[in-house]
Design a protein around this ligand. Structure first.
Ligand code: GTR
Length: 329
């Protein structure tokens, strides 16, 4: 073979090899769409915005994040679906509705599974938290989980004061989209009604529901307190972490280095959100009180006992995991 011919053959082989290179090996320029149901300024949204700034700087503008806050791309159920298809690239969502596509995460979604917010944090910061992120990513749900976020603890707000499970009788209470939560409210004494976050304000206003449940920052920023649902019973029945996920469709288009950057900045966003979160719980608690919301302290044991069947039902296949969670100090 002449020198020229061997050179040509070498070039042709290289071109052919390049044609078969997975797309992921090429450096992509992308504006990643990041969605959240919460408004601009909410801790989760701010943390993802800052993640975008770091990504932009680290890739010289090749990768950017454009945030779509305030639920403009839909409710969480719809946004999860859009993320699975790659129409949304990055999603910050409660773990609640993720339980419908990755059933294993429902262990974290069960009422009173965590003793306190500190207990929940110790679990997500440790081995169990890492394992669960890996399980979500390895599941067929097409979501790559890159970090946790705090969702505080959820308590009940209603138009009539509630002190015991009996007070919830006949009250329709909005819950997040996952049958587990409807079961939880029914076990607590009320009638659980599942609907998207964006529909709750009107449902409260028109009396389609009598109450809902959430943490203080969500209760305030959603304006739900202004619908007459001003009795905030401190049941703390759900302490659900939130999740930052990347669409698997998007993930597979990124190089290994870009994936590593997203993971790194995702973890940093988790820590930043936590610091912002604690401050926002304080601020919004004060704002709710100033707006006339009545905080009602209750003995949560009655609600804990009432929800035992829900933990039994959804925890049945995960007895070991539940024991490990309980053992975390
Ligand atoms: C919030 C949570 C949101 C959303 C919302 C809801 O606490 O941060 O992701 O799940 O609750 O009740 O739908």
């Amino acid at each position: 073979m002449t020198f020229r011919r061997s050179l040509l053959t070498a070039c042709a082989t290289a071109v052919a090899a390049m044609a078969f290179l997975p797309v992921a090996a090429q450096a992509q320029s992308m504006v990643l769409k990041a969605a959240d149901v919460h408004p601009a300024g909410y801790p989760n949204v701010v943390a993802v915005e800052n993640m975008g700034k770091k990504l932009d700087a680290a890739t010289n503008g090749r990768l950017k994040i454009q945030t779509f806050p305030g639920g403009v791309l839909g409710g969480e159920k719809e946004m999860i679906e859009q993320t699975q298809f790659g129409a949304i690239n990055i999603l910050r969502t409660s773990l609640g509705p993720v339980g419908t596509v990755v059933p294993e995460v429902n262990v974290f979604n069960m009422p009173f599974v965590f003793r306190s917010q500190d207990h929940m944090r110790a679990v997500i910061d440790g081995a169990i938290g890492d394992e669960l992120l890996a399980k979500i990513s390895a599941s067929p749900a097409k979501l790559v989980a890159i970090g946790w976020m705090d969702g505080g603890s959820r308590s009940l707000y209603t138009k009539k004061p509630v002190r015991t499970p009996a007070d919830l009788k006949g009250q329709k209470v909005r819950m997040m989209g996952n049958p587990l939560f409807v079961d939880t409210m029914n076990a607590m004494g009320g009638n659980g009604i599942s609907m998207g976050y964006g529909e709750v304000f009107t449902a409260l206003q028109t009396g389609v529901v009598d109450g809902a449940e959430n943490n203080a920052p969500s209760f305030f920023t959603s304006n739900h307190y202004s619908t007459g649902a001003k009795f905030y019973t401190q049941t703390n029945h759900l302490i659900i972490p939130e999740l930052l996920v990347v669409s698997k469709v998007t993930w597979d288009k990124l190089s290994k280095d870009d994936q590593a950057l997203l993971k790194k900045f995702g973890r940093e966003a988790q820590l930043e959100q936590r610091a912002l979160w604690d401050k926002s719980v304080e601020d919004y608690t004060a704002k709710l009180k100033a707006a006339g919301v009545e905080f009602i302290n209750v003995d949560t044991k009655a609600f804990y006992d009432a929800t035992a069947p829900v933990r039994a039902k959804y925890g049945a296949n995960y007895a070991d995991l539940m024991k490990r969670i309980e053992a975390v100090k």
